[in-house]
Design a protein around this ligand. Structure first.
Ligand code: PLP
Length: 401
């Protein structure tokens, strides 16, 4: 017998499941819209030019080494990350109120924050938007938190249910943690307006909630680092203590380099020392030392005025293309006279969209795609069989079916 004979098969992550189906689909017209990764017009992954140049500089830099650096990771990465989020003039930075550590991209930074809170925050309740990124559930329930949804997405308007959100946060117990997407909400694409953020801030203060910002898309949503940090800065400027997880996966295209940071904003610099020591306690037994290369790319770009300028241009290129895809989708629906009001597709932001399709409609699309793939196999079996498909002939042969 094996030690593992009783290990059950874990359920397939719903997003990864659709992704796997998509990969198996050989239809040249099938696009993978499941994973949150930017692709070029040609459907290829995009390596930013600023990143390519930074990597070249690092290769030739004789001061680079691969020695351990300790739990905090790269102090320079911590500094530039906090500066990018809060702004140079922020009181948080001027009074050294941030305990910042390097994290393993956004996910790992959230995880360190969750485990820090599980030891040092008394109310183990996390308020999350309904819906939210599925991994929030795994990360925080694994750290001993009970999760409670607050109303966020309105199925009626496909936009924000602001009143519902405020009502639910107002009813939350004092001291609970509230998870907020800094911008480009995943999975709905629905963000509060600045005025609505002011309202959220009011309740957070009244109820003495602890905000935890998840910032995975700064600069990638609007193309402006400042604009996408507006909510974070609003809360920080109000003098609140809070947490912030940052990722460079999307905005620098560093998906597999795992560069990120976690900040705990404290009341004063004295608290920072104690808090940072506890963050190190969390990090030490998990991975001890975060990976250096992605962080070095980030700091190289941030410290070079030329590369920083180039990066900001590339942020505009990426975010504009995403916005253009939204316009194309909207226009296609209008041109095809698909019943319904699709303007929410334009009002939402970032890579994700709650289109308003029902579950049944979505399942129907997947099934149609699958039967289309099946027809490809049938057709290739009965015609030339092997080799490249003549697309024109193929579409003629299958479109009638
Ligand atoms: N948080 C949100 C809301 C996200 O959408 C993502 C990525 O999809 C992440 C965090 C973290 O991603 P990563 O760990 O790749 O930085």
């Amino acid at each position: 017998t094996s030690f593992w004979s009783d290990v059950p098969q874990a359920p397939l992550d719903p997003i990864i499941g659709v992704w796997a189906d998509g990969r198996a689909d050989t239809d040249p017209r099938t696009l993978n819209l499941t994973a949150g990764a930017y692709r070029t017009e040609e459907g290829k992954p995009y390596l930013l030019e600023a990143v390519r140049r930074a990597e070249r500089m690092l290769l030739d830099d004789p001061t680079q080494h691969k020695e351990y650096r300790g739990m905090k990771g790269d102090p320079e990465l911590c500094r530039v990350s906090a500066q990018m989020a809060f702004g140079e003039e922020s009181d948080v930075l001027l009074r050294h109120r941030n305990a910042t550590v390097q994290g393993i991209s956004g996910t790992g930074s959230l995880m360190v924050g969750a485990h820090f809170l599980s030891h040092h925050q008394s109310v183990k309740l996390l308020l999350v938007s309904s819906p939210t990124w599925a991994n929030h559930h795994s990360i925080f329930s694994g750290a001993g938190f009970k999760l409670q949804p607050y109303r966020y997405y309105s199925p009626a308007t496909h936009l924000l249910d602001y009143e519902g959100m405020i009502e639910d946060l107002s009813a939350a117990p004092e001291g609970a943690v509230v998870l907020l997407h800094a911008c480009a909400h995943n999975p709905t694409g629905v963000d509060p307006s600045l005025e609505q953020w002011h309202g959220v801030l009011r309740v957070v203060r009244q109820r003495r909630l602890l905000p935890f910002f998840d910032s995975a898309y700064q600069g990638f949503a609007s193309g402006s680092l400042e604009q996408d940090a507006a909510a974070i800065r609003l809360f920080a400027d109000a003098g609140l203590e809070m947490l912030l997880a940052q990722s460079y996966a999307k905005n620098m295209g560093l998906y597999n380099e795992r560069a990120g940071a976690l900040t705990v904003v404290c009341a004063d610099a004295e608290a920072v020392k104690r808090v940072e020591s506890q963050l190190h306690e969390v990090i030490r037994p998990i991975y001890s030392d975060p990976p250096a290369h992605g962080a070095a790319i980030v700091t190289t770009i941030m410290k070079s005025p030329e590369l920083y300028g180039l990066w900001k241009e590339e942020l505009v290129v990426m975010s504009s293309r995403v916005a253009l895809m939204r316009q194309h989708l909207y226009q296609a629906l209008v041109d095809l006279a698909v019943p319904g009001d699709w303007t929410h597709i334009l009002k939402q932001i970032g890579m994700f969209s709650y289109t308003g399709l029902t579950k049944e409609q979505a399942v129907e699309i997947v099934n149609q795609a699958k039967s289309f793939t099946k027809r490809i196999f049938e057709w290739t079996d009965t015609s030339s069989g092997k080799g490249a498909i003549d697309q024109e002939q193929f579409f003629k042969a299958t479109s009638a079916q």
